[in-house]
Design a protein around this ligand. Structure first.
Ligand code: NDP
Length: 486
């Protein structure tokens, strides 16, 4: 069934839609019904070659433009995305199953924010002059890296394409982007809109495919940088392949983030934090606070209020604006989540809400809450990537912090408390790249977003992202007769 803004081809290469039915067909499924809404083809090796070659060809001229001209293209694209937000959001909802009430505010709009923000930085991306004595000085030139590869996960297809392309392009790089095969459509619209806004052909290309297409992109010697959003195991593989070619990397990977709620916290705010940190996008958010540590005196009140508030989950047609909880994005991920729920029950956690697949077409599951979860249980150790919240009890601040940090992951962490000194102590102590005090999962483009430990390297968003898509050339300038030792 056609729907607004359906992309006109499988790939976007050298300024235009391209298709080659010789590539493996990839069905695009609407998760709310299981119905197939489109087919794209995986890129053949010839198309991967065309995409990289066109990026390599286009990059130098793009980098030679006056920076504000590059910025203008990005800002125009941001405006076009905002104008078309409704249709783009419907497309995103069809691609991912996320409710339109979410996609209207969190996907294309977040992508537009990134394009606007980095477009606005364009004129400021210079180097510096450093005096080194005797009249000599060093100046630095910020240069692009060259051809960058972006590889996306399936939870935020538009946002990921924009969060990677905006800083890459503003620095004068070209990009080849591979969306997840589960949600291949939105990145094509980003490419189309960037070109409509004036991006030269070849500067941003989208190719579809499974891991092997990603693998071919990552190992190509013409590629200077790889930015991946995906799971930790994929991150390890991609990082290793990039290392073989001495490429720059940004790795935005998975997490098992702690959300610590002290008994002096505002109960409703803390419950809101737990809901936002576990059930937004049906729990398919990398930074989710899935280990909810609740200080023992507040535990029963917290569970009572949480289960009461869960009655407000409207599970229905994602295109109906009243719906606030959609299906899982794929059947495979649904099965993984159901497997974790079974393990939670088998290992002795107390199921206090949900836990079941819904008896309807599509990939639906109830928002699920476990209480009495202990640190050693599988559901407290592994990333589930679905709507499963685990409540763990704690007594003291020191205990909460050390248990919060007892994980290989380090993406995000949050604390709810009325004691702001304690909140800042916790934020200082958390081993996490992105922390929240009395809030959760808010990631505006102005702030750096990223991880420590196994959850990744590098930062997206904020001025810091510029450093991950450019390199400084250092030029020593001698102003005196030059001498040597003999
Ligand atoms: P995967 O790790 O399975 O895949 C991520 C991307 O990498 C996909 O496009 C995938 O392609 C591609 N890929 C897989 N293998 C290779 C390879 N060997 N070489 C190159 N590319 C490869 O992640 P999911 O799509 O399942 O996304 C969920 C994960 O993403 C979760 O762990 C989540 O936490 C994380 N995530 C992290 C975020 C962050 O910012 N830190 C944000 C959002 C999600 P294909 O799928 O086509 O095989």
């Amino acid at each position: 069934m056609p729907y607004p803004l359906q992309p006109a081809g499988s790939h976007f290469i050298d300024g235009d839609y391209v298709d080659d039915p010789a590539g493996t067909p990839i069905p695009v499924i609407y998760p709310a019904t299981g119905e197939q809404i489109a087919t794209v083809h995986a890129a053949t090796p010839a198309l991967v070659e065309r995409a990289i070659a066109s990026a390599a060809r286009a990059q130098a001229a793009w980098a030679a433009l006056r920076p504000v001209e590059r910025g203008r293209v990005l800002r125009r694209a941001a405006d076009l995305i905002r104008e078309r937000n409704h249709d783009l959001s419907v497309l995103e909802t069809r691609d991912t199953g996320k409710p339109l009430s979410e996609t209207l505010v969190a996907d294309a709009t977040s992508g537009a924010d990134a394009l606007e923000y980095f477009g606005g930085l364009a004129g400021t991306l210079g180097g510096e002059t450093v005096p080194v004595g005797g009249g000599d000085f060093i100046y630095t030139i910020r240069e692009p890296l060259g051809v960058c590869v972006g590889i996306g996960a399936w939870n935020y297809p538009t946002q990921i394409a924009c969060w990677k392309s905006a800083p890459a392009l503003v620095c004068g790089n070209a990009m080849v982007f591979k969306p997840s095969e589960t949600t291949p459509l939105a990145a094509l619209k980003v490419a189309e809109i960037l070109h409509e806004a004036g991006l030269p052909a070849g500067v941003f290309n989208v190719v579809q495919g499974l891991g092997e297409v990603g693998g071919a992109l990552v190992s190509d010697p013409r590629v200077a940088k790889v930015s991946l959003t995906g799971s930790v195991p994929t991150g390890r593989r991609v990082y290793a392949a990039a290392a073989a070619g001495m490429k720059h990397v940004t790795m935005e990977l998975g997490g098992k983030s702690p959300l610590v709620i002290f008994d002096d916290a505002d109960l409703d705010s803390a419950v809101s934090g737990a809901i936002m940190g576990n059930f937004y996008s049906t729990g398919q958010v990398c930074s989710n606070g899935t280990r909810v540590f609740v200080q023992r005196p507040m535990k029963e009140a917290f569970l009572a209020r949480l289960t009461e508030r869960l009655q407000g989950a409207v599970i229905g047609d994602p295109l109906d604006m009243a719906t606030n909880f959609g299906p899982m994005t794929s059947e495979r991920q649904l099965e993984i989540v159901l497997g974790y729920i079974q393990k939670g029950v088998a290992e002795g956690a107390r199921l206090v809400h949900g836990g079941h697949r819904l008896n309807r077409p599509g990939f639906w599951i109830e928002p699920t809450v476990f209480a009495d979860v202990t640190d050693d249980m599988t559901i407290a150790r592994e990333e589930i990537f679905g709507p499963v919240l685990s409540v763990l009890d704690f007594d003291t601040e020191d205990e909460a912090l050390s248990r919060a940090n007892a994980t290989e992951f380090g993406l995000a962490a949050g604390v709810f408390t009325a004691d702001l000194a304690r909140a800042h102590r916790m934020a200082a102590g958390f081993q996490a790249g992105t922390c929240f005090i009395n809030a959760y999962n808010l990631t505006p483009v102005e702030g750096p977003f990223g991880a420590v430990k196994q959850s990744g390297v590098g930062r997206e968003n904020s001025r810091l992202a510029v450093d991950h898509y450019s390199q400084m050339k250092s030029v020593y300038v001698g102003t005196q007769p030059f001498e040597a030792q003999f």
